[in-house]
Write a protein that binds this ligand. Structure first.
Ligand SMILES: Nc1ncnc2c1ncn2[C@@H]1O[C@H](COP(=O)(O)OP(=O)(O)OP(=O)(O)O)[C@@H](O)[C@H]1O
Length: 255
């Protein structure tokens, strides 16, 4: 891999929903081999940005390029290089976990024997072996997240884009997912994840971007962005905290 290669380049992305400007001229570069955290308050435009980066939502303007492949003009090449765990993932949940992995693997042109072997390993690593033959519709939220992650990994992509990957996941599974992501990056992969949980981003990511109102407020190596503070404090000073009015919700106080 070339030194200083860019795994994901977002250039001047724009997206409006009616009068709402969700993503406003957003430019971002994710270095290859990094664990990149995308953080921002509710409604900042993280999901919209990731959807445009992964080919799920067409930008009004701008480009998304994955390891040299343009997501919108060369989608087959770009999609072969990335694994995606979208927000509010809709899976074919009338399949069992094992069947779903097989379906996704074959769809991604992974040879059948390899799909079987990789599925077994992924199910085991994510603690899903016991439930592998149960229908995904009956999985808990955390189990659904984990099978979604397995689907994103089955074709051994070079770039993983994960929207809130640890949401609803129990602490033990959370540790497993962190370990999988760390070993994926150690092996040359790149991860982009969005999260509200600053401790998670601080403990896992080496590079971050803070976005608010569809724009990048700060990006770079974690230590540069947090500038001697905790990421939480830096985040609040960049984004602006909100004080709760003394009189607000007075009816909730019983005395
Ligand atoms: N399909 C849509 N139709 C209309 N507005 C939308 C749509 N999707 C997103 N938006 C708006 O765009 C803005 C950005 O939303 P987005 O979901 O990208 O934010 P987010 O940073 O992922 O938020 P959260 O952290 O709460 O998930 C919000 O104001 C949201 O209401």
């Amino acid at each position: 891999m070339a030194v200083n290669q860019i795994a994901l380049s977002l250039q001047g992305l724009h997206k409006s929903f009616g009068a709402k400007l969700a993503v406003d001229d957003l430019t971002l570069e994710v270095p290859a081999g990094s664990m990149f955290g995308l953080v921002g308050p509710n409604g900042a435009g993280k999901t919209t940005t990731l959807s445009m980066a992964t080919g799920l939502l067409r930008p009004d303007a701008g480009r998304a390029v994955v390891l040299g492949a343009d997501v919108w003009s060369d989608p087959a090449a770009a999609k072969a290089l990335m694994g995606v765990l979208p927000d509010g993932l809709r899976l074919f949940d009338r399949l069992s976990g094992r069947e779903l992995l097989r379906y996704v693997g074959l769809l991604r042109s992974v040879p059948a024997e390899l799909v079987t072997a990789r599925s077994g390993e992924l199910l085991e690593a994510l603690g899903l072996t016991e439930d592998a033959d149960n229908l995904v519709v009956d999985y808990s939220a955390g189990m659904t997240k984990k099978i979604g992650l397995a689907c994103a990994l089955i074709h051994a992509p070079r770039l993983l884009l994960l929207d809130e990957p640890l949401e609803a996941v129990d602490p033990v599974s959370g540790e497993t997912i962190r370990a999988i992501l760390r070993s994926y990056v150690a092996g040359g992969g790149t991860v982009v994840l969005s999260s509200h949980v600053m401790e998670l981003v601080e403990s896992l990511c080496d590079t971050v971007a803070v976005v608010a109102q569809g724009r990048v407020l700060a990006t770079g190596p974690l230590d540069e962005v947090r500038a001697g503070e905790s990421l939480q404090r830096r985040f609040i000073s960049l984004v602006g905290g909100r004080e709760l009015d003394q009189e607000a919700l007075a009816w909730l106080r019983s005395s």
